[in-house]
Ligand binder design. Sequence first.
Ligand code: NAX
Length: 328
Amino acid sequence: TQAPVNVTVTGAAGQIGYALLFRIASGQLLGPDTPVKLRLLEIPQAVKAAEGTALELEDCAFPLLAGTDIFDDAKRAFEGTNIALLVGARPRTKGMERADLLEANGGIFKPQGEAINAGAADDVRVLVVGNPANTNALIAQSHAPDVPAERFTAMTRLDHNRAVAQLSKKLNAPVSEIRKLTIWGNHSASQYPDIFHAEVGGRNAAEAVNDEKWLAEEFIPRVAKRGAEIIEARGASSAASAANAAIDHIHTWVNGTAEGDWTSMAVPSDGSYGVPEGLISSFPVVCKGGKYEIVQGLEINEFSRGRIDASVAELTEEREAVKKLGLI
Ligand code: NAX
């Protein structure tokens, strides 16, 4: 039988962690033939809660779960890790300036990048979920010079899935018929969900919608501000849907996108579509053979260009800010 794949999850005692771990252990991350070993990283105050979750994991008797280890030390948590899900982050609290937020997260993602560099497996793949996800990924990556840069990614799959669902509702079409939707830019309110290349049942989605007002005034803001809508309704931020998107992101990266489709991932830019090289920005990507490639040659209309540029400008500012703070 196959040796277990080591999956490290940070912020394991948080709400996304609770929604995520059971799905990983049940085989939904890597498939029904791949045993997994969980390595949970938490801050010391939350280790006890993580231990509680580990007891529940045990009580599920998952056939694919080869064990769960808990750490409060990043170096040990990332030892031998094949898949690293960086979920734990420092949330913005009242009165906190952006520089404070970036600095606090630098204190988390710098040592985690160093630990990945020092001890992760050669095939390590990293997904950053903790916000500000794109820039946290950039910080971690810049402290892992021995790991190929393209292994560091950030999550915009939740935004992608939200956009698919909204489009499906608008056109009264099943989600399974929607393809080639793209989230561009930052995982923030500036993100741009693009339906100009999307297809619904083989038909161009923008033509099927044929309503620029809906696109500009309802669809785009609804997707970009969906996180706030969930908080308003639920009294807590998205957790199960975020965990689901993290599962989707890794599953697609490892197993590939469907023929004739693509997905959205925030990945280091190679300069495609005018996005400055090195920024971790969301693009349309095709995954095959365990690797992703940015989809090339899409025509970007004026409507899209301005919105992509605005989100990318925000990423550039974030990069400048963390550079100034000495975090990259
Ligand atoms: P919670 O506050 O419930 O959990 C976070 C956990 O991380 C806590 O248990 C905390 O102890 C732990 N933690 C903090 N610092 C740590 C460190 N240095 N090492 C290990 N663990 C550490 O947050 P939750 O709702 O689970 O959200 C986690 C992160 O996901 C947040 O940053 C959130 O903003 C972000 N999100 C990102 C999304 C995306 O699409 N990219 C969507 C959902 C979510 O908002």
